[in-house]
Design a binder for this molecule. Structure first.
Ligand SMILES: [Zn+2]
Length: 541
């Protein structure tokens, strides 16, 4: 009678990929009547766990068919979560399998020996799933960034809040995390806030508009049709005029509003568009003027039909602005001057945009990569950096790279930048590896290999020449760099890009999972392959 020790199979975990299984540790299933567990069944999997339950039931380690059925049903349900790659949920339900087992064990309906092995098996599965990239978790981070916080324009409170949120996330994962502050150019705020529901309306700048003070002008919205003289009554005085584009010129509308004593003008478009109207006045107005979309203008009208709508309009330039990078570091133990691997994104957004895909998706992805890599045995120094102020000219990443000491540059190995990984837009189903010179590099090689190893359709992988993201400063400093994004076959982006429609509703968890599976495989394999030969690694804890 052969009794196998599971512990022998625990050695080579995690090194090459998330997909290498764990086996239950150091437990013997030594029911005297039990035949040896086949070696191929030692790897923790739902199928093997079901087989184990069958065997235990047959061996009398489980007291009744009803108890066995309950346990198996629970495991089957967990298997559904695994199949749909909902690893966070699979883990949660496997944890409740423990609770179930404990209760049966205390009632002596499952033998102590069997319960120990099953618990160990469950833990092995949890450990296996815990290092797999989970788009469900990515969507949780993205909800915080794009819904709870919203627009994260460089220099604003929203951007600073996001930096604090990201810092707390990286810290809770055990990374050494800091915020690096830097100065940015003056920022012109252009805000129309509907005070009734505290909603901000996306605006386009009007050439020739007056500016306001920091607090702007506040008043009720006055619906003034097309902004013709007959559209204004005495009632317009002290209010913000809402007028539609068309018939007369923008300047005539503004003049008529000014003559009627309005304190500001909002011109909304008469055709549908994703971006707000940017009226050109051909003259300098004495009151603030902005443009918006047809959709948003009509949304204010709909509110007006229910009663008074108060709003605050600000066009003001802020000086002494700062932005910040969030830097999370994990250094290997016992390695002097380790090589550095950078996994980066930008967390700022363009004005009015919740920046869900651009680049909440990339930023949430690097948090998830940081989670899956937190115990990865490597002799590399990992640096996860969420850059600020990317949208105003790669300011955060340039600041970061330009301030790296030469010693750091010399030991910098590679940069993986994540940018826009989850557009729901149907044609954006291609994973682009963007390099500054358009040439294949190590990041490309590992991505290409990951497609093969994971059996993904190679048609969906493209190499593209593109700068315009935070991999550029790394490239310019002589560091191998690539930027990953999901786009169309010819490198195009979704129509919601850089508009207020870049919302979480337009982000696909399936797309993020597709990109995340490949990118995490590429990075894990890169780290495993570049691990120094013969060096004693940190134990995965
Ligand atoms: Zn971006």
């Amino acid at each position: 009678m052969k009794i196998r020790r599971f512990g022998a199979f625990m050695s080579a975990v995690l090194i090459s990929s998330t997909l290498v299984g764990f086996s239950p540790k150091n437990i013997e299933y030594n029911n005297p009547g039990t035949a040896a567990i086949a070696e191929e069944q030692l790897e923790a999997s739902i199928v093997n766990l079901q087989a184990l339950l069958d065997r235990m039931e047959k061996d009398g380690d489980i007291a009744s068919p009803a108890v066995a059925r309950t346990l198996k049903t629970h495991v089957t349900a967990v298997g559904h979560y695994e199949n749909s790659k909902s690893y966070k949920k699979a883990i949660k339900h496997m944890e409740s399998f423990h609770v179930l087992l404990n209760s049966y064990e205390s009632k002596r309906m499952v033998s102590e020996n069997a319960a120990n092995l099953l618990r160990d098996y469950a833990d092995a599965l949890i450990s296996k799933w815990d290092v797999i990239f989970d788009s469900g978790r990515v969507m949780d981070y993205l909800h915080q960034l794009s819904v709870e916080i919203g627009p994260r324009v460089a220099g604003t409170e929203g951007e600073k809040k996001a930096a604090e949120y990201l810092k707390s996330q990286f810290q809770s994962l055990g990374y050494d995390t800091s915020i690096q502050e830097f100065a940015i150019n003056n920022r012109t705020e252009r805000t129309l806030r509907i005070l009734t529901n505290n909603k901000e309306i996306a605006l386009g700048a009007a050439t020739g508009s007056a500016v306001t003070g920091e607090k702007g002008v506040t008043g009720a919205i006055y619906h003034a049709g097309l902004g013709q003289p007959g559209d204004f009554s005495d009632d317009a005085k002290g209010k913000i005029a809402l007028v539609q584009r068309g018939e007369n010129s923008f300047w005539e509308k503004v003049q008529n509003a000014t003559d009627a004593g309005a304190i500001g003008v909002v011109i909304y478009d008469n055709v549908d568009s994703l971006s707000p109207l940017r009226p050109t006045l051909n003259n300098n107005s004495s009151i603030p003027v902005v443009g918006t979309t047809k959709e948003l203008g009509e949304s204010i009208l709909a509110q007006l039909s229910k009663g008074e709508v108060k709003a605050n309009l600000v066009i003001h330039t802020h000086t002494n602005q700062t932005s910040q990078n969030v830097i999370a570091v994990k250094k290997p133990k016992n390695v002097v001057n380790p090589e550095i691997v950078y996994i980066t994104s930008h967390y700022d957004s363009v004005p009015y945009s919740p920046g869900a895909n651009d680049d909440g998706s990339g930023t949430s992805t690097i948090v998830e990569l940081a989670r899956t890599l937190k115990n990865f045995p490597t002799d590399k120094e990992l640096r996860f950096i969420a850059f600020g102020a990317e949208e105003i000219g790669l300011v955060g990443s340039n600041y970061y790279v330009n301030n790296l000491p030469k010693e750091d540059i010399d030991r910098s190995l590679i940069n993986f930048q994540m940018e826009m990984l989850g557009a729901k837009y149907e044609p954006a189903s291609y994973l682009a590896v963007n390099t500054v010179d358009g040439k294949a590099n190590t990041a490309w090689d590992y991505t290409n290999a990951a497609f093969d190893k994971l059996g993904k359709d190679k048609e969906k992988l493209i190499l593209f020449r593109r700068g315009s993201s935070d991999h550029v400063p790394f490239h310019n400093a002589g560091i191998t760099a690539a930027c990953f994004n999901m786009g169309t076959s010819d490198g195009g982006l979704e129509p919601e890009y850089h508009t207020y429609h870049d919302t979480i509703e337009n982000v696909s968890p399936e797309r993020i999972q597709f990109a995340g599976d490949i990118i995490s495989k590429a990075i894990f394999d890169f780290l495993a392959d570049h691990n120094s030969q013969g060096k004693v690694l940190d134990e995965a804890s």
